[in-house]
Design a protein around this ligand. Structure first.
Ligand SMILES: Nc1ncnc2c1ncn2[C@@H]1O[C@H](COP(=O)(O)OS(=O)(=O)O)[C@@H](OP(=O)(O)O)[C@H]1O
Ligand SMILES: [Mg+2]
Ligand SMILES: [Mg+2]
Ligand SMILES: [Mg+2]
Length: 354
């Protein structure tokens, strides 16, 4: 008998892999076609195209499941040139392995169906049933500058994340490669491109991203913390997404002298899960911003399955069961299980939460 969620995992990995082909094509072949959303954040033809392809694969395989995805098609409905550019990409992006492509249900029919697919991501989320969370490009700003970004997909059942997949086209294939700031400069694709997965109770893995069928996988594990002073932090690039000043004070109190490594997207979760970094902190900068479930669901599970603990700054588990946002949580503290209490205590001291 196959293990629980084996089919969901396989389809999710192939869907993320196919979407990553599209995002790489956008980066290398196309004017990025950036448009601004209502909240002023950027969205590209790559975000829309990747979302359409992932949802088509999910609808073909799991038609009854709900989907919470970041983007919506409204902007494309009254912009024919933009829609056409995205359709050109979506209609010509396939996995090179015929069996893998056919497992995803094949091509989207036409432009209209593409818009319908994108808008299937409008579920409100919640605590009941099977719900997928999609961030077609997480770290859009990183993507635009050739830095880190991730194609993110997770399956929640009754509010609990069961399967998580992160495609990180600009992370090194080598799990042991040290974390460096140069990960932001991304000159060539040589040695890069990694697909991370986790299934609840089954551990976490990494494998090279390919353009066809899935490459062989390896188990990944967080580094056990023996001396917290020797740890390395990952944090956001944007000071508007995580408070860098507080982070520096927390590092100092823990005796950490390594410079923090700044990278966009859930590549931060993937990097600590594979033991390349140790701790991911996301410290709230705004009293009102609510984190989105698609920015955390896959990373949360992959880190926990690799031997980590993930909570918010109050020490609560991230709660994916209440809708499209993590309305019950503030910030993120992710660290190896053994070091998490110490890190959380210092976070709370610095943020004056105790
Ligand atoms: N104000 C505010 N506070 C916190 N987080 C925010 C905020 N605004 C946006 N976002 C979300 O941050 C996602 C990118 O997170 P990163 O950690 O990669 O940020 S950073 O770009 O490295 O700074 C980014 O995801 P993408 O839109 O998928 O790129 C946003 O969903
Ligand atoms: Mg966005
Ligand atoms: Mg995101
Ligand atoms: Mg996004």
């Amino acid at each position: 008998m196959s293990s629980p969620y084996a089919k969901e995992l396989e389809i999710a990995q192939l869907a993320v892999q196919r979407a990553a082909i599209l995002t790489k094509r956008v980066f290398h072949e196309k004017a990025k076609g950036t448009v601004s959303k209502d909240d002023k954040s950027p969205v590209t033809i790559g975000d829309f195209g990747a979302q359409a392809l992932i949802i088509a694969a999910l609808k073909a395989n799991f038609p009854a499941d709900e989907i919470v995805a970041e983007e919506e098609a409204a902007q494309l409905r009254d912009d024919a040139p933009l829609r056409q550019t995205i359709w050109d990409l979506v209609s010509t992006t396939q996995l090179s392995d015929a069996a893998a492509e056919s497992a995803l249900g094949g091509a989207i029919k036409d432009e209209d169906e593409m818009l319908t697919m994108i808008d299937h991501g409008a579920s409100k989320g919640g605590a009941k049933g099977r719900i997928w969370a999609i961030d077609p490009i997480d770290g859009t700003k990183g993507f635009l500058r050739g830095g880190q970004y991730a194609v993110c997909l997770a399956l929640m059942v009754d509010g609990d994340v069961k399967v998580g997949v992160l495609g990180c086209p600009n992370l090194p294939v080598d799990d042991a490669a040290p974390l460096t700031g140069s990960m932001e400069s991304g000159q060539t694709d040589e040695g890069k491109g990694c697909l991370f997965s986790g299934v609840l109770g089954q551990g976490a893995t990494s494998r090279p991203l390919t353009t066809g069928s899935l490459a062989p996988e390896k188990k990944i594990a967080m580094k056990a913390i023996t001396d917290i002073a020797a740890a390395t932090f990952c944090e956001s690039v944007e000071a508007g997404h995580s408070a860098h000043g507080d982070q520096a004070e927390i590092a100092k109190k823990l005796g950490i002298t390594n410079p923090s490594v700044r990278m966009d997207s859930q590549a931060k979760y993937a990097s600590i899960a594979r033991g390349a970094g140790d701790i991911y902190l996301r410290l709230p900068v705004s009293a009102t911003y609510q984190e989105k479930i698609w920015d955390h669901a896959a990373g949360d599970l992959i880190v926990r399955e690799a031997g980590g603990a993930v909570t918010d700054i109050h020490g609560k588990r991230l709660d994916f069961s209440i809708g499209r946002t993590l309305a019950n949580n503030k910030g993120v503290v992710a660290a190896p299980v053994g070091g998490h209490p110490q890190v959380l205590a210092v976070v709370q001291e610095v943020l004056s939460l105790k």
